[in-house]
Design a protein around this ligand. Structure first.
Ligand code: C6P
Length: 419
């Protein structure tokens, strides 16, 4: 991570046991070792309670009702927007557009910004580390417009090969769309350098922050990125709500993505005028309880301290590397632990990663196995799938020990089965 994105001011060691007390899912004995937070995190009580309060005491639609509980729902929904703006240091609350998830946020930009800014012969630069969500929408845009996709490749260590960047950027480059953290390798990309180089070439930059905003400080003003996308369910929030941040002038000039209620100023039989941002991009009744829950999640991780979460995950990832590399026949993908967020992908010779995940499940350990929605990266790594453990603020060194011991048992079991 660059100095600019890493704040240390809120650092204090996490009280992991107290944090775990907020998550009822860890109250069993032995507890679930949940090592799949890169897919979706668990939900703490304050987030569930914030949503329960909406359902139990003021459930109603927003921006419509002229009665008390609808006004309260509107206020809580818009308060959540303020909390999200604060989380990423957006200059204005109106720059936070609520979407369903990272995928929808990126699609919104590809359709809306793409429709007025991309045409035949233009180039969009992506990287080998992208999740399908930051790949397929650009392929679709390129197919619609005749634009070309170009790729920044990775080195054998799983780091972006910066020697290629200047050659990729030219006056044809209209956009660089890049993940902040790889969901497969955990690589933390030095996005500040990418943003600066792209801007110098006259291109805009979209950051896929699905795996960064939940885990360390991301400051959109310092980064000066043009768009940033992330999901609520990867940061202790509920499913069904995500965020698109955009620079105000870009959002203002973009046409709407979806048409319908809430996004209009006036409607006639043949023509409509549109509301200001963010309403212009929020057609129909939104995920009200979920946005309120996401606001509570932003409070929760802010109170825990994003610098503290990052340091805790660094400790876990380093320990996981140290322990897992002892396992015979293991390949750990990606760079050294200090260049990674809390994600470790691996394969063990002779055991399919799905079998690894299945056996770990019998030990009450949840990991993910598969292509992780990053098939081009799998091809680059020359594998069809990996096993992946990922950490968050509630994980412990004991979780890593249990992973290590269960992997040893899985390996012994597979050897016995083959004899
Ligand atoms: N990665 C994983 O297990 P959605 O599904 O829209 O909330 O997030 C999509 C997405 C986009 N970018 C990155 C870097 C991601 O990691 C993800 C989601 C999950 O790795 C589910 S495939």
């Amino acid at each position: 991570m660059t100095q600019k994105t890493m704040h240390t001011s809120d650092f204090r060691p996490l009280d992991v046991q107290a944090i775990r007390g907020d998550f009822p899912i860890f109250s069993d004995t032995p507890p679930l070792a949940f090592l799949d937070s890169a897919a979706s995190t668990q939900t703490p009580r304050p987030v569930v309670e914030a949503m329960d309060a909406y359902y139990d005491t003021y459930r109603s639609n927003i921006h419509r009702g002229i009665y008390r509980i609808s006004e309260e729902a509107t206020e809580q929904h818009e308060n959540a927007r303020k909390k999200l703006a604060h989380l990423i240091n957006a200059p204005r609350t109106s720059q936070i557009v609520f979407t369903r998830n990272t995928t929808e946020s990126i699609n919104l930009v590809a359709y809306s910004w793409g429709s007025i800014n991309i045409s035949q012969g233009d180039e969009i630069v992506l990287t080998d580390l992208e999740h399908h969500s930051n790949l397929v929408p650009w392929q679709m845009l390129a197919q619609r417009t005749g634009a070309t996709l170009r790729y920044l490749e990775i080195t054998d260590q799983g780091l972006l090969d910066f020697t290629q960047l200047q050659d990729l950027l030219s006056e044809k480059t209209k956009l660089v769309a890049i993940t902040h953290v790889s969901n497969v390798l955990g690589t933390i990309n030095p996005i500040q350098s990418v943003i600066d180089a792209a801007h110098a070439a006259g291109a805009k930059v979209l950051i896929d922050a699905a795996q960064s905003v939940p885990h360390f400080h991301v400051d959109v003003q310092q980064l000066d990125c043009d768009f940033l996308a992330f999901s609520g369910h990867k940061m202790c929030g509920p499913t069904g709500v995500g965020v698109l941040y955009g620079k105000l002038d870009l959002l203002e000039e973009m046409p709407p993505f979806l048409g319908g209620g809430s996004m209009i100023r006036s409607v006639e039989r043949d023509i409509s005028t549109y509301a200001d941002v963010p309403a212009k991009f929020e057609a129909g009744t939104p995920s009200i309880a979920e946005a309120i829950g996401l606001g509570a999640a932003a409070d929760y991780i802010t109170q825990a301290g994003l610098a503290s979460i990052h340091v805790h995950e660094q400790e876990l990832i380093k320990y996981a590397h140290d322990r897992l590399q002892d396992i015979e026949g293991i390949t750990i993908y990606g760079p050294a632990p200090h260049q990674k967020a809390g994600v470790i992908s691996f394969n063990i010779d002779g055991i399919h990663p799905h079998d690894v995940a299945g056996i770990l499940d019998t030990h009450n350990i949840a990991i993910r196995a598969g292509h992780h929605c990053a098939q081009p990266l799998m091809k680059k790594l020359d594998v069809i799938a990996t096993a992946r453990a990922s950490f968050y603020l509630y994980n412990t060194l004991e979780d890593v020990d249990r992973l290590y011991e269960a992997l040893q048992k899985a390996q012994a079991l597979m050897i016995r089965r083959k004899q």
